[in-house]
Design a protein around this ligand. Structure first.
Ligand code: FRU
Length: 481
């Protein structure tokens, strides 16, 4: 299988065949995580959108299911969300033995003659715990108010105001709506003009959730939005805002110019969090690609993987309030540690960790002296490198990526990149690196800084560390294959 399909990840979710983009409808019910996704099963390029479907009890092993929603005369099924209708607020689930599940999606009618598509919010319901779905006969539930871009509804329950809230893309902003019956929606406000990062494209795929500041009882609200063309590393990326939400409007805690990124790599888009998770944990997943080249990367039977799932927490860091990402515990336990050691590297030294499957998780601490720099090539070749440089007052992390050696070059222009991030000075850097055939996710400083990058090269061997100046010490290294 490795020879036939060398890029297919082992640990990350991929569609069985065909095209995938955004995660959709993330909902937890009956001890299972449902993952729906933007899906075109008939080719490895974007096409008329379905909702693909899979379930997992542990966020590691996924079972593929038939597509949940398919396009019809009312449009394609664009991105959206799902919730459990515990109290049958929608009135759609009389006499059912288990609570109903609702999916909110954008029905999108495309036109071949160059006219703008028509986008409106629609509802589908499931009476069997999320496995089979019907679309509401009276769709849409929220017609288009006259906007070119009106999509990606995320619906949540707002405890304080006892209302359901929908946050949805409205051009370069998001709109907030509220409802008491999940069918009729009243607009309450917009957020976004002049806030955070913008380009000429609409914001996409919003998410909204409350979160406690770690170690306190103080509650903040987080608003996630995707930008298509102006992320930190270029192209598509995911920014977030921290603030307050009173059931009607979102107030940014930072000034409007502050830009916060969930990830600084080039392949982390359309992140969404699971609804109805019991322990209050905020678990997210994102599409591991970028609209700049997603249709052209050199995989054949399938195209695009999801990121590793991430648990989010809110912390007061050296830089202020930030979301920190970590792997869910199911991704870390029961694994074989194949190495466990410390290693000192002086200028000119390098150190490689070899493994069999080219998929695994490396965890450790890096001590870097002032004036020292170390580079990590996570996929064992020169195509993708993180260079970490400690200066007098700060640390600079530079990601460089170039196209691999497999002869495919139609994605070259947009794929190569180099971008840098400056972070506060520190003697020790905690890191977790997740590699999986064609992807690398580096979490630094307990996940305050994440870098997700694809890299396609058939020349695959090891994780390499190389010290170019000064001295670096790798401590408590653990590799889980
Ligand atoms: C984001 C997005 C969404 C849209 C979907 C269509 O990647 O453009 O805004 O609903 O993809 O597949």
């Amino acid at each position: 299988q490795l020879a036939k399909d060398p890029y297919r990840p082992i640990m990350h979710f991929t569609p069985p065949f065909g095209w995938m983009n955004d995660p959709n409808g993330l909902v937890y019910i009956n001890n299972e995580y449902h993952l729906f996704y933007q899906y075109y099963p008939y080719a490895n390029k974007w096409g008329p959108m379905h909702w693909g479907h899979a379930v997992s009890a542990d966020l590691r092993n996924w079972q593929h299911l038939p597509p949940a929603l398919v396009p019809d005369e009312k449009g394609m099924c664009f991105s959206g969300s799902a919730i459990v209708d515990w109290c049958n607020t929608s009135g759609l689930f009389d006499n059912e033995s288990q609570p109903g599940v609702l999916a909110f999606y954008t029905a999108c009618i495309g036109h071949d003659d160059g006219r703008d598509s028509e986008q409106m919010q629609s509802l589908a319901y499931s009476k069997d715990g999320g496995f089979s779905w019907n679309k509401l006969a009276d769709n849409p539930i929220l017609p288009n108010p006259g906007l070119k871009d009106f999509r990606d509804p995320k619906v949540i329950w707002h405890e304080q105001s006892q209302h359901w809230i929908m946050v949805v893309t409205e051009g370069q902003e998001v709109g907030f709506y509220r409802s008491s019956d999940l069918n009729h929606w009243e607009k309450t406000s917009n957020f976004g003009l002049n806030e955070g990062k913008h380009d000429e494209m609409p914001w996409e795929c919003p998410d909204l959730f409350p979160i406690l500041l770690e170690g306190s009882k103080v509650c903040y609200w987080v608003l996630i939005v995707g930008v298509q063309r102006c992320s930190h590393a270029g192209g598509s990326g995911t920014q977030y805002f921290i603030g307050q939400f009173d059931g009607e409007r979102f107030i940014n805690h930072h000034d409007a110019q502050t830009v916060l990124w969930l990830d600084y790599g080039k392949d982390y888009y359309a992140a969404q969090t699971w609804s109805d998770v019991e322990n209050g944990c905020r678990t997210s997943i994102a599409w591991m690609s970028n609209w700049l080249y997603a249709n052209d990367v050199p995989t054949q039977a399938w195209r695009s993987a999801m990121s590793a799932p991430r648990d989010l927490k809110l912390s007061e860091t050296q830089s202020g309030l930030r979301l920190l990402s970590s792997l869910p515990k199911q991704w870390l336990n029961e694994r074989n540690t194949i190495i466990s050691q410390d290693k000192t590297l002086n200028a000119g030294d390098s150190f490689a960790i070899f493994q069999n499957y080219h998929a695994g998780i490396l965890d450790g601490m890096l001590y870097l002296g002032r004036g020292s720099s170390i580079s990590i090539s996570p996929l064992g070749n020169e195509c993708l490198t993180y260079n970490i440089e400690r200066n007098e007052n700060n640390i600079i992390i530079t990601t460089s990526r170039k196209v691999g050696d497999d002869g495919e070059d139609n994605y070259t222009d947009m794929f190569s990149h180099e971008s840098s991030l400056t972070i506060p000075d520190s003697d020790l850097l905690q890191f977790t690196l997740i590699i999986d055939r064609c992807s690398s996710e580096l979490f630094l400083q307990d996940g305050e800084y994440c870098f997700t990058d694809l890299s396609f090269s058939l020349e695959v061997s090891s994780i390499e560390f190389c010290c170019s100046t000064g001295k670096g010490v790798l401590e408590s290294l653990k590799f889980f294959e």
